[in-house]
Ligand binder design. Sequence first.
Ligand SMILES: [Zn+2]
Length: 269
Amino acid sequence: MSPVLVLGIDGVRHDALCAASTPALDRLAATGYRVPVPVSADSPTISGPCWTTIATGLSAPVHGVWDNVTPGHPVRPDFLSRIRAARPGAVTFAAAGWAPLVRPVGCGPIFAGPGLLPLADDERYDVAAADRADEAIVAGTVAALATEAPVAAFVHLGTPDLVAHRDGVGAGYRQAIETADRRAGRILAAVRDRAAATGEDWTVLATTDHGHRDGGGHGGDSVAERAAWLIAAGPGVPRQPPTVPTQAGICTLVLAAAGVGSDDAEASA
Ligand SMILES: [Zn+2]
């Protein structure tokens, strides 16, 4: 059983990730693997459905989240809730700038339970706000890793998605991905510090929910919009990626790394 961090960077197309300079994520991938994870054909390439699939391990037709505004069926809790249910007393946290990930608004909460949402309820989630939120999320995550004892966390960085929506897939998007990588690097350094202080051996997954069209935007059926990916490293995940990596499978990887068996998980469903 290993503590698990899932770093979700919104709207980062796989080829753009590969083209950008991302030393922190590269370093993580070097100790594990990085694979393309196309958004499943039965899911729209929209944040709500894709993050819900990652959080629950269920396909869109099963969880019923088809957009960002309408909740789905409460078929199965998110992986953080399942870990808390299986390990009473376990501390988890979710941090996100995009409200439906952690608050009961729109299709949310995708992650129920303790969460950090730096923005105000009525705040517009634009590039500037997302950038501010991402910075606060990094600070909050670093502090939580230093002062609490989380066994699992989901941490979302949202700025690259909003930059792509505004400017398309170009130089600004690349810069936003590189900024997200530096933020990821600060979080990963905090994980290493925690591991050094406690002897814990952390598993870290980094992923995205969907890609983008060249001009910016997603929700359609193109290869570019489906171009998600996964980086996984640590004692809780196999050294080799799954033969057919899926977003639903990310939930399975997290639960396995956390030592939560399928019986435990089903019992909490
Ligand atoms: Zn998204």
